[in-house]
Design a protein around this ligand. Structure first.
Ligand code: FE2
Length: 259
C-alpha cells in the first residue's frame, strides 16, 4: 500500500517531533503493509512556508536512517498545501512541491469551518496547468453537508477526494466516521490515506479502515480502485474518475434546507 498523506518528516511541522518518532512511524506503517509514504508537511502561505529544498533534504535524511535500520519503506517528497488565493502563483514560482515532486498531483487542505468561495477557481487554474488537486480529508469539513453537493461540484471541477483512514476508524467521532463511509459508498472518494502525525492515535495505518469498509459492504473492486489510485499518484499516471452515485436526500433534510 501507499500512503499519500502523512506528517512523517521530523521537526518540520506539527507531525513527527523527532527522528526516532519518524522511524517508529515508518515501522508501524510497514507492519500495516505500507511500502511507500509521501511525506506531506503543512505548507501555509505567509505562515509556514517550508522551502521545497528542506522537504527534499529531510526526505533524503529519513530514507538514509530507514536503510540503516533495515526498514524497507521509502519516503517520497510532497506537501499538504493550505488553500490561499496565492498558491497557484507560489507554485509557479517553484515554492510549492507537488506530490512525489511529479507536477501532476497536489494535495490541498481547506479550512475546517468556512468554505473559501475561490476554491473552484484554484482547482481550475491548477487543471489548466495539467495538475490535479486532491482535496485532503473532505469528511472533516463542517460545510460538507449530507447531500454531498459540494463534493460533487469539486469533482466536476476536476478535483479528486481524499478521506483519512483514521476518520473511517472513528478517531474523529461517530459523525465523521459515518460521513466518511457514506462518501465512500457514493463513490465520491479517490484515496484513503493516514494523515498520521505520530505513533499513537493518528498513526500511519490504512488496513484497519479497509477492513471496516469491507464489513460495511463496500465493493472489493472499489477498495482496489482506491488503492491503485495512490500508486498512480506516485507514478504520475492519469486516474479514471468513476461516476459517483447521486445521493438520495431524505425529505426532512430537504425541508430543513428550505427554512
Ligand atoms: Fe494532514
Amino acid at each position: 500500500m501507499i500512503d499519500i498523506h502523512c506528517h512523517i518528516l521530523p521537526n518540520i511541522d506539527d507531525g513527527s517531533s523527532s527522528m526516532e518518532t519518524s522511524i517508529e512511524m515508518a515501522r508501524i506503517a510497514l507492519e500495516d503493509g505500507i511500502k511507500f509514504i509521501i511525506a506531506t508537511p503543512h505548507y501555509i502561505e505567509y505562515e509556514h512556508e517550508i522551502p521545497r529544498e528542506a522537504i527534499l533534504k529531510n526526505c533524503q535524511e529519513l530514507n538514509q536512517f530507514l536503510i540503516q535500520k533495515g526498514i524497507e519503506l521509502k519516503i517520497l517528497p510532497g506537501a499538504e498545501v493550505f488553500i490561499s488565493p496565492t498558491i497557484v502563483e507560489s507554485y509557479k514560482k517553484g515554492k510549492i512541491i507537488s506530490l512525489n515532486d511529479g507536477r501532476k498531483y497536489i494535495l490541498i487542505e481547506l479550512p475546517v469551518a468556512a468554505y473559501p468561495e475561490y476554491t473552484e477557481d484554484i482547482i481550475f487554474e491548477f487543471k489548466v496547468m495539467g495538475i490535479t488537486p486532491i482535496i485532503a480529508h473532505i469528511e472533516r469539513y463542517f460545510y460538507v453537508k449530507d447531500d454531498f453537493e459540494l463534493v460533487f461540484r469539486l469533482i466536476n471541477k476536476g478535483a479528486l477526494i481524499q478521506v483519512n483512514s483514521t476518520s473511517v476508524m472513528g478517531l474523529f467521532g461517530k459523525e465523521v466516521k459515518n460521513k466518511s463511509i457514506d462518501l465512500i459508498k457514493h463513490r465520491l472518494v479517490h484515496f484513503i490515506a493516514s494523515d498520521a502525525h505520530t505513533t499513537r492515535g493518528r498513526v500511519p495505518k490504512i488496513s484497519e479502515a479497509l477492513e471496516i469498509l469491507r464489513k460495511e459492504r463496500v465493493d472489493e473492486s472499489y477498495i482496489d480502485y482506491i488503492l491503485i489510485n495512490s500508486q498512480k499518484v506516485v507514478r504520475g499516471e492519469e486516474i479514471e474518475i468513476l461516476d459517483p452515485i447521486k445521493k438520495k436526500v431524505k425529505w426532512f433534510y430537504r425541508l430543513k434546507r428550505r427554512f
